[in-house]
Design a protein around this ligand. Structure first.
Ligand code: SAH
Length: 340
């Protein structure tokens, strides 16, 4: 049996029409699942008995479980959700002045192998299904008794290594009969898989794209992010440029500030030179230490200096505020401690 939450609106329409039902039945099903949040087919009262029986025989609406949940001093909440095959995944709820955002996981583990990132300590076991991403949002909203206004694909995993499922997930959270989260309120972060950046620009031109850059030369970037050996900086920036041309949208570069590694004034200058002329902005991320690695975050004064240098050299930048650090929910700290 298939999980009904695996279906994008178009795929559900296609399936139902093929089975002899009507296009509008997909609207009804979506509204029960996502507007009214009903999981029991018998309660879907405006759906014919015939279709309800069909749905019962072909689909489940099975949910994900909540294994634990922790709340940080700043009220950031980290959920540890459990999947059908007992794998655990992390999802983080953050409060911002502009609304609430959910940081969603796209894979069990990660194969990208960035040398500073806790998520990569556990190799990828498998991609998440569409339903498992959708259910992170549904479950978190049910537990918080609140809706999120923003979704960021910045949890564990590389979203572009699970491309098709992530695209369907975006369709569902954006769909007017489902969550209705605006495309500009959805952000996908990638380590830089160039062909997928091109595909994404064509498929989802209004969804925000963030690229993890973290270094200004190939030698250092390859050390930090082995994926750079496949898609080096020049190729990556060329794809970012194509992205801005295709979508007419600004691209975000994430730049982690690592003490003594990439945080000198020369690095700031190199970064500005590299990005000059590109329709982009830089999101500077303070590094959250990971016990297994030797990297340290730059001190506050250095972060400020780096940030101001970029501005002075004409590059738009923000210095990210960390959330949830005391519960290991901060950016890059997601890892499954309970799952060992
Ligand atoms: N695979 C995607 C999503 C990763 S999470 C990507 O690579 O973009 C989002 C961001 O957190 C990435 O920029 C990632 O490099 C960064 N990150 C990883 N570990 C971190 C840490 N310990 N502290 C701060 N940021 C970290």
């Amino acid at each position: 049996m298939k999980n009904l939450y695996d279906y994008s609106y178009e795929k559900l329409q296609f399936h139902l029409v093929n089975a002899g039902f009507k296009l509008y039945n997909a609207t009804q099903v979506f509204q029960w699942l996502y507007k009214k949040r009903i999981t029991d087919f018998d309660q879907m009262s405006n759906i014919s008995k015939h279709l309800r029986t069909y749905l019962k025989n072909h689909f489940t609406t099975s949910q994900i479980g909540c294994f634990t949940q922790q709340e940080a001093e700043d009220e950031t909440v980290k959920f540890l959700f459990s999947l059908d095959d007992k794998h655990l995944i992390e999802t983080v709820w953050m409060h911002h002045y502009y609304g609430d955002s959910l940081c969603v996981t796209s894979q069990v583990g990660c194969n990208i192998g960035c040398s500073f990132c806790a998520s990569g300590l556990k190799k990828k076991t498998r991609n998440l299904r569409v339903s498992e991403m959708v259910l992170q949002v549904l479950k978190a909203e049910a537990l918080q008794n609140q809706r999120v206004s923003h979704v960021v694909l910045m949890g564990t995993g590389e979203p572009f290594d699970n491309f098709e499922n992530v695209m369907d997930f975006i369709d569902i959270i954006n769909h007017p009969h489902a969550f209705e989260i605006g495309k500009r309120h959805i952000t996908v972060s990638t380590a830089g898989i160039v062909p997928k950046i091109d595909a994404f620009a064509k498929r989802q031109s209004q969804v925000n794209l963030a690229i993890s850059l973290h270094a200004t030369n190939d030698a250092l970037r390859s050390k930090l992010m082995p994926i750079n050996k496949v898609y080096p900086i020049k190729k990556l920036l060329d794809s970012a440029k194509r992205y801005t041309e295709t979508t007419h949208r600004r691209v975000t570069f994430e730049y982690l500030l690592l003490k003594g590694v990439n945080d000198s004034m020369k690095d700031a200058d190199d970064l500005s030179d590299l990005l000059r002329g590109l329709n982009c902005y830089v999101n500077l991320i303070p590094y959250n230490s990971v016990a297994e690695f030797n990297y340290q975050g730059s001190d506050l004064a250095t972060q400020e200096r780096f940030y101001k240098r970029l501005l002075k050299r004409g590059i738009t930048a923000t210095l990210r505020q960390e959330k949830g650090a005391d519960i290991d929910a901060a950016c890059g700290q997601l890892r499954i401690k309970e799952d060992e």
